[in-house]
Design a protein around this ligand. Structure first.
Ligand code: 5GP
Ligand code: MG
Ligand code: MG
Length: 206
């Protein structure tokens, strides 16, 4: 990797409280998840449904690492198809409890397919609950959920994804495609935003 890969971009240096999960650790964990998913799910072709926008980096890295797994293992590889849906629950930096569903792809592809949902983070679990209700109506053969992060929070619905990268404390985090007002997606580490960062990148100041 380029050395920039390990650094915090200069424009965010004064906006973070801490680096919670550095990018190297994220990449290592995704490699393990890719192997688990390929072993358990990759016997038949499957459809991947990425939840935008926060899931895009996890999707890209996970699919690369699934391909690498097949390249270096003796197993036959299977093709996967890729779809997108956009869901919005968070406003500013809190869960609203109302999930907005914006279609990117139609959902008729789901029928009779093994589906892997790829999500950035599960907080209250409300977003996943709404999504799974929508998906189940389309009668897929199976549905599994992979979430890079799960927050330990007292307001959790109890929903647990099938594949989890990391459990994290109940803090508002940014980076690795998770945003604050659309900023911080261009940060490779999962970080805790600071009060100064919230002010600097608030809706009012730009
Ligand atoms: P839930 O419906 O489980 O409460 O929230 C899930 C969605 O809210 C996630 O997919 C993510 O888009 C957003 N979200 C939850 N926690 C955080 C966080 O700490 N930081 C950011 N940037 N987004 C979050
Ligand atoms: Mg999300
Ligand atoms: Mg967001």
């Amino acid at each position: 990797y380029d050395v920039d890969y390990f650094c915090v971009p200069h424009h965010y240096e004064d906006s973070l409280d801490s680096i919670l999960i550095p990018s190297g650790l994220i990449q290592d964990r995704i490699e393990q998840l890719a192997r688990d998913i390929a072993v358990e799910l990759g016997k038949e072709p499957f459809a991947v449904l990425c939840v935008l926008k926060g899931g895009y980096k996890f999707l890209a890295d996970l699919l690369e690492k699934i391909k690498q797994y097949y390249r270096f293992s003796s197993e036959n590889s299977v093709p996967f198809s890729v779809y997108f849906i956009r869901l919005q629950n968070y406003e500013d930096n809190h869960s609203t409890g109302k999930v907005k569903v914006m279609r990117v792809d139609g959902l008729s592809f789901l029928q009779n397919k093994n589906v892997l949902v790829v999500e950035d983070i599960v907080d209250t679990g409300k977003t996943m609950q709404v999504l799974l209700e929508i998906l189940e109506k389309k009668q897929p053969k199976s549905i599994k959920v992979a979430s890079l992060l799960v927050k330990r929070t007292s307001s959790s619905s109890g929903f647990q994804p099938d594949y989890v990268g990391f459990e994290i404390p109940d803090r508002f985090i940014v980076g690795y495609a998770l945003d604050y007002n659309e900023y911080f997606r261009d940060l490779n580490h999962v970080c805790v935003i600071s009060e100064h960062g919230k002010q600097k990148y608030s809706n009012h100041s730009n």
